[in-house]
Design a protein around this ligand. Structure first.
Ligand code: ZN
Length: 476
């Protein structure tokens, strides 16, 4: 079999995080009852005029700045004409000739720089809901007119691993810069993949196929793998690849043709006569720059300086709210390693068990820092710390009250252990006899009993040598 190279380019749509839509004052919020966030403007009724949302333009400029793009001094909005039931005005306000941003890109770990061709601002379409139980299709226009940035890359990617690394970085960069919430389950971040295969060591490009509207990294990876195999099989069987748009079926994990690929001319782009050209001055860009929050890469650098490992940084920064909570805990405790441990285990577990819950409301950063400091100063055993943590989550009670109520802190001294061991041996003299044959089991048994009877306050590393000493003295 011949060897093939993959040539992949991406188009990424991210919903911009604004209070209102791109060209009207309807709310930009996910999850409302269908068709309750619509008005004559976003429905495109005759006689209405669009009013450009300045915040959406600013956030598109921020996206350009964080990806190292050039910002055009003048930008224009155009109408992209096509008919589809989810597009009530039969054109989408988009950008073609003069997008807000051009060039820029993301560097991958292998050193490859994946270039952006452009980043522009446009509006989203409504959503078709195909009902399972009948032949009806419903339309929800709430999403129509929501501001999107479209990011178009050059065909610089060569395999699915590169694509996933690129998209992971892209998502985090957008998230940290506040441009988009990037919630893939809600369609807030969607991917189109342009893919062709070509024989290794030739310059003849293959025919490009576009896969549209993938909304998870898993789907992206599987679609690339499926489509690569399909195209190679077609070529090997002597068939032509058709230039077309294909959809991804998540259940069957296959792509299927939906229409022949349109050309740019088919859309009859022309400047929207209702929106004047926008001038973006150097001064505008400078003042927008000042409002960009700490970027994803700056956060990584800060965590590296703190002493966190690459793995810890990767896990903590995947969701911004996790990293932000970590930073809050850091304000109350300097034990960053221990805080990172708790974030990676208990806090991540809680966010999986109770998604969409504000962690700070379940346990305040100050309370978690307090528990961690008690562990580090050896006033609280790890086991009791976990009990305390669970109780705070489950009851919502205040940490210091719970410590008193559950009696989790206090010193267990040598005399206490001698007394408790004496009591145990009196109760069950076989302990001493069995110790000769089975010392490990008996020591573990005694540790268990003493930890229990001290309400978890006895620390194993402290009581183990004492227990051994006492048992040994009894057999001699
Ligand atoms: Zn509206």
């Amino acid at each position: 079999m011949k060897e093939y190279d993959l040539v992949i380019g991406l188009e990424i749509h991210a919903e911009i995080d604004t209070k209102t839509k791109a060209f009207c004052f309807c709310k930009n919020e996910f999850g409302a009852l269908p068709n309750t966030q619509v008005c004559p403007i976003c429905l495109g009724l005759p006689g209405t005029l669009p009013i450009l949302n300045k915040k959406a333009v600013e956030k598109c400029i921020i996206a350009g700045l964080v990806f190292g793009c050039d910002i055009n001094e003048e930008t224009i909005f155009e109408r992209k004409n096509y008919f589809y039931p989810d597009l009530s005005k039969s054109y989408q306000i988009s950008q073609f000739q003069k997008p807000i941003c051009k060039n820029g890109g993301i560097k991958l770990k292998n050193g490859k720089f994946v270039r952006f061709n452009r980043i522009h601002l446009e509006e989203d379409a409504g959503k078709l809901i195909h009902k399972d139980d009948c032949d009806e299709t419903l339309i929800d226009f709430n999403r129509g007119g929501v501001p999107l940035i479209e990011m178009v890359t050059e065909p610089d990617l060569s395999n699915s691993n590169e694509v996933i690394e690129f998209l992971t970085n892209l998502r985090r960069i957008l998230l940290y810069s506040g441009v988009s919430k990037c919630i893939m389950q809600e369609g807030g971040l969607r991917f189109d993949i342009n893919l062709s295969v070509k024989e290794k060591n030739t310059d003849n490009l293959g025919v490009r196929v576009e896969m549209k509207n993938l909304n998870s990294f898993k789907a992206v990876k599987k679609a690339i793998e499926y489509e690569t195999n399909r195209q190679i099989k077609e070529i090997e069987s002597g068939n032509q690849i058709i230039q077309e748009t294909r959809a991804w079926n998540d259940e069957d994990e296959i792509t299927y043709g939906i229409r022949e690929k349109e050309n740019v001319n088919d859309y009859r782009y022309f400047p929207d006569p209702d929106i004047v050209p926008i001038k973006i001055s150097k001064h505008d860009i400078e003042s927008i720059k000042k409002n960009i929050p700490e970027t994803y890469f700056d956060r990584i650098i800060r965590y590296k300086r703190l002493g966190l490992s690459d793995y810890e940084i990767d896990t903590l920064t995947d969701e911004k709210f996790i990293a932000d909570y970590f930073d809050e805990v850091l304000k109350y405790s300097s034990n960053y390693k221990e805080i990172a441990n708790w974030m990676m285990t208990e806090i991540l577990r809680i966010t999986k068990e109770m998604p969409n819950t504000d962690i700070a409301k379940l346990i305040s950063p100050e309370s978690l820092a307090y528990i961690i400091d008690l562990i580090i100063t050896k006033q609280l055993t790890r086991n009791n710390a976990k009990i305390l943590f669970e109780q705070i989550i489950n009851t919502g009670k205040e940490v210091k009250n719970l410590i008193k109520e559950l009696d989790l802190i206090g010193d267990v001294n040598k005399k206490d252990i001698v007394d408790l061991m004496g009591h145990l041996i009196n109760e069950n003299p076989n302990i001493v006899k069995s110790y000769k044959d089975n010392p490990e089991d008996i020591i573990n048994y005694c540790i268990g009993r003493i930890v229990k009877s001290t309400n978890g306050k006895a620390k194993i590393e402290y009581i183990m040598p004492l227990i051994k000493e006492i048992l040994k003295s009894k057999i001699n």
